[in-house]
Design a protein around this ligand. Sequence first.
Ligand code: XIL
Length: 397
Amino acid sequence: MMLRRWMAAGLVAVATAGVLNAVPAAAERPYDPTAQSLRALGQRHGLYVGTAVDMAALADPAEPRYREIVRDEFSTVTAENVMKWESLEPTRGSYDWSAADELVATARRNGQKVRGHVLVWHSQLPKWLTDGVADGSIDNTELRSILRRHITTVASRYRGKIWQWDVVNEAVSDPWDTPSTLHYKGFWAEHLGPGYVADAFRWARAADPTALLFYNDYNIEAFGSGDPANDKTQFVYDMVKGLLARGVPVDGVGSQGHLGTQYGNYDTLQVADALHRFAGLGLSTAFTEVDVRSRLTDGVQAGDSEEINPRLQASAANFHVLLQACLAEPRCLSFTVWGFTDRHSWVPGTFDDPPQGLATIYDENYQPKRAYQVMKADLIYAGPPYVRMRATPKPRR
Ligand code: XIL
């Protein structure tokens, strides 16, 4: 097989030797899109391609590739953890900005935009806050003013430096929660009621007039998954529609895009339809945390290619669906992956029973996977009339 291919190549070379000149000089070579970075290719559509950044990996002297890939391949970055409340205010009243400032400074050096993540979320809250609420030393009136102060403090500090803020993250339940009817879930809804969502957007706008303000959630890639009466995407759609009707300054909906190859997932048309419907409300959209994990079966762990190959291909196919759908909607402003290498991915540490992984676009040795090539091809082979330049929305007052 190898021999035959080599012989065939040799024959072609002999047959054309008289016609072909020497290799042309670099300047004369035709433009080769496959040699371009994701960020450069995204720019053709005005689309920002992003990654979550693990600040420990970014600072690690033993990880130069991590820094290079962050710098070269992406045009927007998100702090994977360092802008979360537990990181910013570990002790009540004293903020530690060092790591978050470092992320913003790195982005500036690299000519990248920043997605701020996150102002209000039920998870990764400081212990002093959750303990204070649990033991009754912080009542709900005080809790609301603590939240207001936090949003104001963080959004003011980074005013003018954040492109999109995830103002509220994961406020809505899933069909597997109790009760199974979709509802506002978690710490903030339990203590302040669902009104905290509108409050958070208003407080964020007051502190930062220039950022685009996003609601961000998972399992909202498409409408109509599961029971139509209990559709999370529809719930979020109705929620943001209601907020807009009341004049709440919501600019966009972020779809996290955490998928797994073991699930049914969606096709491009379903995902594009969801993005078009949010756009129909006058909202921007973004994919904010894309990764596509797989079960690490015994065979996968033993290196069995018959088990590994279909998973890598299925993972790539899901990256393709989300990216192609985003390209199809001009109000889909950015496509961010939640870590770009299996070497630094939250998946193995979080989904460990049963073990999962292989969720990103580069392997553990920083080799681009099929998913990376598929993203590149999507960005190359797209253009008018169906893929147009991105819109440039103005922040809502
Ligand atoms: C994850 C981080 O990747 C982990 O390092 C951390 O331990 C837990 O949080 N949805 C979100 C992200 O909005 O903030 C989460 O990030 C992943 C799920």
